[in-house]
Design a protein around this ligand. Structure first.
Ligand SMILES: C[S@@+](CC[C@H](N)C(=O)[O-])C[C@H]1O[C@@H](n2cnc3c(N)ncnc32)[C@H](O)[C@@H]1O
Length: 207
């Protein structure tokens, strides 16, 4: 029976434990965004906040959104451990990305990692893209269907899979696609350990 990736699913996912445990930012964020000048960022589906905290520590002013109050609480605690500057640069927002519209100006960076929400991929990408300022960057990452960690798993894993082409199809006109492809990353276990395969879309909104 396919599982709905709704609020109830994520509440159970985070219940009682640090689900993604790491204090490390996503490897694709570091690669794709590391050389951008800090500005305003939206981390959509921020989970326990490793990416939001990494961005804030580099001077970005971050709006970090997630449907899970537990995950947001852990993100806040993580930020507090790094001090007042990081705390002050992050707004933690509990909201459902399928309906939430950010107030105020658009963002210089909108990033979203592994958010397999209930909305179709194209719909979610379109919503995220609408929040990017002219010249701003959109970075969306998901689990690619060829990811070996999903082979032989139940239908809910298949629901979470996506290709960069599917994500790019959610963009309207007025975008330069800088990266749309499959990337590998270490999946724990050190340099000789297993790797995961991700779909990565990086695009820049034209002025
Ligand atoms: C697999 S986790 C990834 C978290 C984080 N981006 C990371 O890379 O570690 C997916 C996150 O998306 C959030 N999420 C899923 N659907 C959502 C929705 N409709 N609105 C807001 N957050 C959502 C979940 O609560 C969860 O924290």
């Amino acid at each position: 029976m396919p599982v709905e990736f709704d609020g109830e699913y994520w509440a159970e996912h985070y219940g009682g434990r640090a689900a993604h445990g790491g204090r490390q930012p996503t490897v694709h964020l570091v690669t794709e965004v590391g050389d951008l000048a800090p500005g305003r960022a939206l981390d959509a589906g921020c989970g326990e906040g490793a990416d939001a905290v990494w961005l804030a520590a580099r001077g970005w002013r971050v709006t970090a959104v997630d449907i899970s109050a537990t995950a947001l609480g852990r993100g806040r605690e993580h930020a507090e451990r790094l001090g007042a500057e990081v705390v002050d640069r992050i707004d933690w927002v509990r909201a459902d990305l399928t309906t939430w519209t950010p107030p105020g100006d658009a963002f210089d960076l909108v990033c979203s990692h592994y958010v397999h929400s209930t909305a179709p991929t194209g719909t979610l990408v379109r919503r995220l893209a609408a929040s990017v300022a002219p010249n701003g960057t959109l970075l969306v990452v998901g689990h690619h269907p060829s990811d070996p960690h999903h082979h032989g798993q139940p239908p809910r894993a298949a629901q979470a899979q996506v290709t960069a082409e599917e994500m790019a199809a959610g963009l309207g006109p007025g975008w330069d696609v800088l990266v749309a492809g499959t990337r590998t990353r270490p999946a724990g276990g050190g340099p000789h350990g297993p790797t995961s395969r991700d779909a990565v879309l990086r695009a820049r909104r034209r002025p």
